[in-house]
Design a protein around this ligand. Structure first.
Ligand SMILES: [Zn+2]
Length: 66
């Protein structure tokens, strides 16, 4: 029996930006650069973010207790 196939404990997922193996420090990205690129897309509004209207619930009750 030959055990030459050593599998790592954790699988490295490809970087969402460039597809390179991700770095543990910048998971799931391969580098800070790709990390910032993804963040920049969010800031630019490339991603569609569902906007939910926040209902202003003003519930003020003047109740004086003494
Ligand atoms: Zn990358």
């Amino acid at each position: 029996m030959t055990a030459d196939n050593v599998s790592p404990m954790r699988k490295t997922v490809p970087c969402p930006e460039c597809g390179q193996p991700s770095d543990r420090h910048c998971h799931p990205f391969c580098s800070e650069r790709c990390k910032n690129m993804d963040l920049g897309r969010w800031l630019n509004g490339s991603y569609a973010i569902p906007v939910s209207e926040i209902e202003e619930n003003l519930d003020q009750d003047d109740d004086d207790r003494g």
